[in-house]
Structure formats: C-alpha cells, structure tokens
Design a protein around this ligand. Structure first.
Ligand SMILES: [Zn+2]
Ligand SMILES: [Zn+2]
Ligand SMILES: [Zn+2]
Length: 468
C-alpha cells in the first residue's frame, strides 16, 4: 500500500503541532491548550481543503491531456479507415466490404486487423505494404458473393430451359410411347448452353431466348432414344442373347434399379429418377464454371452415377409364372395387359388353415413368392371385401385421376381416399372403378402391392377357375 505521508512530512506536522498547541502549566508540564488546538485544527482543515482542491485541478488537467491525445489517435484511425475504404471502393471491392460488415455483424474483425487498425495515416508506400493482406481477407467474401450471384443468374436460366423442354415433351404424344430423355441428358447435350453462359449476367433472359435452340430437340431426342434403347437391349442380352427391341416391350422384361430396387418397364424406365441418387454428378463441371446444373436442378442424366438399371432375370421368370397362372401369355403380353389382371383374385392353398383362407392380388403373389397362388372365381362379396381392405390401407400417393387433363408438370398424385372424394366432387363419380384412375409415374409396384387378406370364408364360395 502506498504511504499517505512520507516520514519527513509527518515529522514537520508533528513539530508544528507541538509548537502551536502545547503550553507549559504552573507545574512546568507541557499540556494541550484547548483554544490553541481549535485554532490549529481550523488552520489544518483549511490547508487540507486547499490541497485537495489543487490535487483535483492537477488530475483534471492530466485527464484532459490524455483525452485529447486519445481523440487525436481515434481521429487518425478513422481517417486511415476512410482512406482504405476509398481505395478499396475505387478498386471495386465495395460489395465485399459491405458483405464483410454484414457477416461480421458488428464484430468488425476486418477493421480491427492489426495491419488495418493503426494510428498512422496511409501513404502510397504503406498502402502497397498492406494490400496483399487486405485482398487476402476479402477474397473469400468475393468468391462467395460471385458463387451466389452465379447461382441466382444461372439457375433461373436452366429452369426456364426446363420449362420449355417440359412443354415440348408434353405436346409430343408419340414420346409418351417411345420414352424421352430426362432433363439431365438435355443439360449434358449442351442444348441452350451458349445462351445460358454467354449472355451477360445482368441481362434478363426470357424463355423466348431458347427458341432457336429448341429446334435441336427433335433430332437430339430421336438420337438419344435410339442410343438408349440399344443400351437397354444390350443390358437384356447379357441374360437373353436373342433379345431385340421387341423384347423390351414385353411385360415380362422387368428392369430393376440397383439403387432403389424400383421395378421398371420400357419405356417408363427412361423416366426413372432415382430418389436415392447422391449428388455426385461432378464430372466436367469446369465447363459450367463451377456451377453444378445437375445439383441445382436436381436431375441427372439417365442411368448414370448412383443409378444402375439392370435386367432382372429372376423377376422376369416369376412374373411369367404368375401371368401364366392368371391366364396371360408371357411371350406376347404387354404392360397394359397387366391391367386385365386387376380383377383376378388368387388364393394360396398352402396357407389354408382351419377354414381361414388367404386371398391376394397378382402383385402380392408376385412379391410374396412363398405363396402358391391359384386363381379363384370370386363372388361379389369377396371382391368387395378385398376392395374395402385395400381402400383402408391406400395411404400411398400413387393414384392420378384419369378424367383430369394432363399438364406439363404431370398430374396431381393422391391417396385412395382423396381420389374417391375428388372423383365424386369433380366428376360426379359415386362408384370408383379401375377406369377412373392410373398409377402415378413414380409408382413403385414392389412397395405398394396390396397385402394379402386372411378371411374365414365359406369353402363353397370362390372356387378354382379352370386353368387356361
Ligand atoms: Zn432408382
Ligand atoms: Zn401361401
Ligand atoms: Zn379428376
């Protein structure tokens, strides 16, 4: 602790006290004179007040000196900041400065950098010294800004091209039968590429801009269909060497996506867009200047990367067997012929137990391969029973209305309940039949096959139908 008085100061006060206050009494002793003491106290108090006052003045002066120096330094730093700001803005870094400030949210890391926050005005020489660091600090902000700007410009251009493509496909009835390339293949074909990348970013692009480019579509699609159909034939030929294009059209020619296990048929197999695809279409991204149109548009070229379309020999054989059981000739049956099996009800005799019988549709028999299905001649009650149980479990969004017109974006998918109320409200259909709806495009037969139903059912109802 600091001493309040030095020992010499204490001695002089103590001497003064002895001289001014003490007097000799009659007995020759030094005693305190009360009057003198009061006077001495008064004097001391006055001195102390004066002293305190003087000390305060000294302190105020000193603080004033300090404050004005600090103000001065702050002023210099502020000027330096303005100098740096001016030079950066002149060099085109204005957006990065604003962005940097916005990101730092007031923390000001940039302006507090030790090379920037200095109480020294900028000279050309000092500026040359700090520029490499300043640019290094701002470059990541610039990169990020340019990436966002690029996406904001290029993505809508690709989306416009996609809308044009969807409308074109929608207008070509024949393509629904032959199949057509997914948009990922259109991107890969570079149709529209020059317009998308060579139009200045600040220029707004309308769909009309693609008018000339779209004229390339018919030849591109034609060529693509030929190549991919040949690719499919070759996939089948690995198991069936004599397979031809005609083989692709048979319903027994079942394809399977190795990634998501979806069962697919030609030509809808061309539209399979694997939901499990990872965003890995990274080859040749250089030509897109770092922009990834596949990720941004959520599309990939057909049968590339994580998606792998295979021909499934096992599923083809078992589907042929089911078709034979239900009276269809697998060597001639086409996909639409499967619809005729919708009313067929099969029973598995192996599962019969104590009057309880197991009924199912062909699709369940197909996937539940442990069953031994036999077609039965169902009564109306049994048909209704199956329909009711399927209705109550029909939560999947796999139905589209056959009475609504198609649109370039495709039809709305509904679950069975929604479908029924839609048919009643919009089309006045009180009774829903198989002619009122279709399965939506991404319908996955494997997952959505109605399950079998176990019923205590009279033996004299629903007997075997004769095999054809
Ligand atoms: Zn898939
Ligand atoms: Zn069974
Ligand atoms: Zn409708």
């Amino acid at each position: 602790m600091e001493e309040l008085f030095s020992s010499s100061t204490f001695k002089s006060i103590s001497d003064d006290y002895g001289k001014s206050v003490k007097v000799l009494n009659d007995a020759g002793q030094r005693v305190t004179d009360e009057q003198k003491l009061a006077a001495w106290r008064l004097l001391m108090n006055t001195k102390r007040t004066e002293h305190q006052h003087y000390t305060r003045l000294c302190e105020q002066w000193s603080k004033g000196q300090r404050d004005s120096r600090e103000d001065e330094l702050r002023e210099i730093r502020q000027q330096r900041r303005s100098q740096i700001e001016d030079r950066l803005i002149e060099l085109g870094w204005g957006p990065e400065l604003r962005e940097r400030l916005r990101q730092e949210n007031g923390s000001d890391d940039f302006w507090n950098h030790k090379l920037i926050r200095q109480s020294k005005l900028l000279t050309d020489r000092l500026w040359d010294q700090i520029t490499p660091t300043v640019f290094e600090l701002l470059q990541p902000v610039r990169d990020r800004r340019l990436r966002v700007e690029q996406i904001n410009v290029l993505k809508p251009r690709y989306e416009a091209l996609k809308r044009c493509y969807d409308i074109y496909i929608f207008q070509q009835e024949n393509l629904k039968k032959s199949g057509f390339p997914p948009f990922g293949d259109v991107i890969e074909s570079h149709i529209g590429y020059d317009i998308i990348f060579n139009t200045p970013y600040e220029q707004l692009l309308s769909e009309d801009a693609f008018h000339e480019e779209l004229k390339k579509l018919p030849d591109f699609i034609d060529d693509w269909n030929k190549r991919k159909t040949q690719e499919l034939v070759e996939i089948v030929q690995k198991d069936i060497p004599e397979a031809t294009v005609d083989t692709l059209g048979l319903v027994k020619t079942v394809f399977c996506c190795q990634s998501c296990n979806a069962l697919l048929w030609y030509p809808a197999v061309f539209q399979h867009r694997c939901r499990t695809h990872l965003h890995t279409h990274a080859s040749n991204l250089d030509i897109y200047h770092g922009f990834n149109p596949y990720d941004q548009l959520d599309t990939v070229p057909w049968n590339k990367h994580s998606t792998r379309i295979l021909f499934s020999k096992t599923l083809s054989i078992s589907l042929s067997l089911i078709m034979q059981t239900c009276g269809l000739d697998p060597d001639t049956a086409l996909l639409e012929d499967l619809d005729s099996l919708d009313d067929v009800i099969l029973e598995c005799k192996n599962c019969y137990h104590n009057g309880r019988r197991t009924f199912m549709r062909w699709s369940r028999a197909y996937f539940g391969q442990s069953h031994v299905p036999t077609p039965v001649k169902p009564s109306e009650q049994l048909q209704q029973k199956l329909l009711d149980s399927e209705k109550s479990k029909g939560g999947h969004m796999i139905y589209t209305c056959d009475h609504c017109p198609d649109t370039p974006m495709g039809k709305q998918r509904r679950n069975y309940g929604d479908l029924c109320s839609h048919l009643l409200q919009e089309h006045g259909k009180e009774r829903v039949t198989r002619k009122d709806w279709s399965h939506g495009p991404s319908f996955n037969l494997f997952e959505k096959a109605p399950s079998h139903i176990v019923l205590e059912w009279p033996e004299d109802d629903a007997n075997d139908t004769p095999q054809i």
